[in-house]
Structures are given as C-alpha cells and as structure tokens.
Design a protein around this ligand. Structure first.
Ligand SMILES: [Zn+2]
Ligand SMILES: [Zn+2]
Length: 144
C-alpha cells in the first residue's frame, strides 16, 4: 500500500495547514491547528501522533512542522487531488463540485493510476480552479 493510501482526509487537512507556512521556523501550535480545523486539541494531537510515526511531521516544544517527507507527500497529494479534479471537470461536473468529488477518491488512487489519468487528460498544467498540478514522473527530468 502506498503512503497516501494509508492517510485519512483529516491527516491531509493537517498537512495542508502546515504546508501553508513552510518558512516558519517555529511551526504551528496545537491550538492554532485545532482552530484551523474546527476540532478539539486532543483530536489534533491524536492525528499528529500518527503523522509523526509516519515521519511526515516533527514536533518540537509543542510546535509542529512538516518534515521533508511530509512536504513531498503533500505535493504528491495535491497532484492526486488536482488530476482527479481535472477528470471530473472533463466528464462535466460543475467547477463547484469537482473539489468535493475529488476528495472522495484522491487518497485511494495509486500513483500509477494517477499517472494514467494524467496521460489520458493530456497532462493538464492546472486544476479547474487554476491551481498548478505538480508534474508527473514521466515529465520530470530523469535522476542521475
Ligand atoms: Zn480541490
Ligand atoms: Zn482545484
């Protein structure tokens, strides 16, 4: 099972909040995260602990931030989400509906399936909302 397939939508919400301030040296406090998500701090802590075990988040003196793996994973998530949004837009869902629909499938799709969808969609550069889609592996320069 791929890493994204093991994450929950709530965990991705936390990665999203943390990704918004990559430059912050201190990270986010539990209270800030709880307010951002509209859930109680003990629930946030529960999700953070799982993310920490997966190596995606690190906590120091009560503040949380993304690890390099966390940043890469969130980027991969954005790719899954936005390729799924582009797919739903292509089959005719209205722009206001594609985000919700994409959230129903973005975590369960394997990377390989996302690559296949991306190819079928002729490698869209942006999602229907105009947000950039991180390039797929086929488009990335080969590593040496
Ligand atoms: Zn969306
Ligand atoms: Zn979008």
């Amino acid at each position: 099972m791929e890493l994204l397939q093991r994450l929950t939508a709530r965990q991705v919400d936390i990665l999203r909040l943390l990704a918004r301030r990559p430059a912050s040296p201190k990270g986010m406090a539990l209270k800030e995260l709880a307010a951002g998500l509209g859930i109680r701090p003990p629930s946030v802590l529960f999700h953070l602990t799982s993310l920490e075990r997966l190596g995606l988040v690190e906590r120091y003196r009560g503040k949380s931030q993304l690890t390099a793996a966390g940043t890469a994973t969130y980027l991969e998530y954005q790719r899954h989400h936005r390729v799924a949004e582009a797919l739903f837009a292509q089959v005719g869902l209205p722009p206001g509906e594609v985000c919700r629909a994409a959230r129903e499938i973005d975590l369960v799709l394997a990377h390989r399936t996302v690559e296949q969808l991306c190819r079928a969609e002729r490698h869209p550069r942006t999602c229907p909302h105009g947000d950039p889609i991180p390039p797929c592996r086929a488009e990335r320069p080969a590593r040496r």
